[in-house]
Structure formats: C-alpha cells, structure tokens
Design a protein around this ligand. Structure first.
Ligand SMILES: Cc1cc2nc3c(=O)[nH]c(=O)nc-3n(C[C@H](O)[C@H](O)[C@H](O)COP(=O)(O)O)c2cc1C
Length: 305
C-alpha cells in the first residue's frame, strides 16, 4: 500500500509535508552535499529584507540544555543580491522553494512581496511578521490582530504567489491572530516563530547574547508550539504549518494530530542535517503501518477530552 503524502497550500503542491525552517537552512546550497532535496517537500530560505543586513554582532547564539537562543538579527543578503546570487541555485533544486521575507513597514512588506512573488523559481512566500513595525513605535506586527491583518492584506494584494504568514508565539490568543491573517487572504499560517528568551552569565552578569535577549527554538519549545498549533487549527480552515522543536518523525505525526498540515524542521538541521529526510521517511512508514492512505486522516484527529 502507498500513502499519498502530498500537501496542497493554496496553489503550492508539496510532495510531502516536510519543509526546512527559515534561518536554519541558509539558501539551501549550504546543504547540497548533505541533503537530497527531492526527498523533502520544500526549503524555506533565510528571511530576505529590502536591503542587505549584517545582523547583530557575536555572540548571537547560545545553546541551552534543550534548544538554542538566537539573536542573529535577521542577517541576510537583501532582495537584489538574493535574485542575483542565490536564486539560480534554488531554481535547480527539486523541491518547493519558499522565500521568507520581512520589512519594517506595511508598504515595504507589500513591495517586497510583489518583487519576490514575481521571480521565476519562487514557489511561495512566507511573511515573517515577528518584526518591529517602525511606525507603531517598534511593536511587532505579529502581536496585534489589526497590524497582522494589514500586513497580510497588503502583501496579498501585491502578489498571486502562495502566501504563508508566520505568526509570533508571544501572544495571548493565537486563534485571534490566525483568524485575522486568514481573513486577510493568507493561504496558510506557520505556527510559530521563536519564543522570546534570555540567558545570563552568572560570573560576568552579562547576557549570553550581544543583543541581550533572543528567541528560543528546539525541543524545549515543542509542547508549547503543540498547543499553539492546536489552538490555531481550531480557529481557522487554512492549513497550519508547525514550526517549533520538531526533531523526529514522531514529532511530525504529533503536530499533524494537533492540526498541522505540514511541519518545518529547524534547529534540528544543525544537529542532524538529514533530519528532514528522516522525518519524511518515518512519516511514510508510520502511515503504512497504520494503514493511513491520506494525510487528511491524520490532520487534527487528536482525540481531545
Ligand atoms: C539561527 C536561527 C535563525 C532563524 N532565522 C529566521 C528568519 O530569518 N526568519 C524567520 O521567520 N524565522 C527564523 N528562525 C526561526 C525558525 O525558522 C523556526 O521557526 C524556529 O527555529 C522554530 O523551529 P525549530 O524549533 O524547529 O528550530 C530562525 C531560527 C534560528 C535557530
């Protein structure tokens, strides 16, 4: 028996539900010798901004017992250099290419969505809305349903490319934000970006990261993101893409039971570059073992009290 692992997100078709998470997979070429791209659903690029950014100074990653705290500062080549030096390679790889992007104003998100969405080789866009809205005094777009909807609508109107909106976990009701974004035209939501976190050196009393604080990712966040995925899935009908601590195929199955249609492999890529392939293969074995012929049978089927 074969299981159909394919997933549809708007007009984007994935051969299986495993994607590599933004910022943990470079621009894909970095993994060329380690990953067979034709075994995963897709890759998501490092977040692209209108202008190049150097990011924060070192140290910008701190390892904890069960994850990472990072404050990279959205280091990236910028949209022009992305098109000139990264896109040719991405056009050649045999899996979906999703470009993560961010900006500091609604107009700038829309312009960037229009530019990236029209590039040949870009199969979908993922808007990172956990970014400071300069006009709103630096408050993140993703923590306010109105701002989240505005930035989604403006990006939606700028492009026909499938649009995924990546939500912040730092909200009291993720269902409200997911609904606002879905009503504004998003094809899917990613739940979620890294959790605000910090660590301090007890000898120097200085923060471990130059920026002072950062975002926690990896296995530590998985149960929290599991709950966020479940809550978001209760609130919207568009696909949910889980991002937070997935390490093995078992985590993929669990996220799907909670309501995710696809799952991102992030921090685990740093430990095991083959993890995304192992997740896809393990999911297929699980489905065959349990005589599941379509992933739709799994998604959101957790038996809640
Ligand atoms: C070093 C690093 C850089 C990241 N850069 C980005 C980024 O540029 N844009 C973005 O939306 N998310 C970024 N993320 C968040 C990841 O895409 C992912 O959502 C998060 O790590 C949670 O998944 P994980 O626990 O599987 O790593 C980054 C994460 C890490 C660890």
């Amino acid at each position: 028996m074969t299981t159909d692992l394919s997933v549809q997100i708007g007009t984007l078709s994935l051969r299986n539900p495993i994607l590599t998470a933004s910022g943990t997979f470079g621009y894909a070429s970095e993994y060329e010798t380690m990953v067979d791209f034709n075994k995963i659903g897709g890759i998501i690029t490092k977040g692209i901004s209108p202008e190049p950014r150097l990011g924060n100074i070192q140290p910008r990653i701190w390892e904890t017992e069960s994850g990472l705290i990072n404050a990279i500062g959205l280091d990236n080549v910028g949209v022009e250099d992305f098109e000139r030096s990264k896109l040719d390679y991405l056009r050649k790889i045999d899996c979906a290419v999703v470009v993560n992007f961010f900006a500091e104003s609604i107009e700038s998100y829309a312009r960037l969505a229009g530019t990236l969405g029209s590039m040949t080789g870009v199969d979908a866009l993922e808007a990172n809305i956990s970014c400071p809205n300069v006009k709103a005094g630096g408050r993140e777009f993703g923590v306010d349903p109105v701002a989240a909807a505005e930035v989604t609508l403006a990006s939606r109107e700028a492009t026909d490319c499938p649009l995924i909106v990546k939500l912040s976990p730092d909200v009291s009701n993720i269902g409200d934000i997911a609904s606002a974004v879905a009503n504004a035209g998003a094809d899917a939501v990613t739940v979620a970006n890294s959790m605000p976190a910090m660590a301090i050196d007890i000898n120097t009393r200085e923060p471990r990261l130059s920026f002072g604080r950062g975002g926690l990712t990896g296995p530590a966040v998985r149960p929290i993101v599991m709950r966020l995925v479940h809550d978001a899935a209760q609130a919207v009908d568009i696909p949910i893409i889980a991002s937070g601590g997935a390490t093995t195929w078992r985590d993929v199955v669990e996220f799907m039971l909670a309501g995710a249609s696809a799952v991102q492999a992030g921090t685990v890529n740093f430990v095991n570059p083959q993890a995304s392939i192992e997740m896809a293969e393990g999911l297929e074995r699980y489905c065959q073992h349990h005589a599941i012929d379509s992933l739709a049978e799994l998604v959101g089927s957790a038996k809640m009290p």
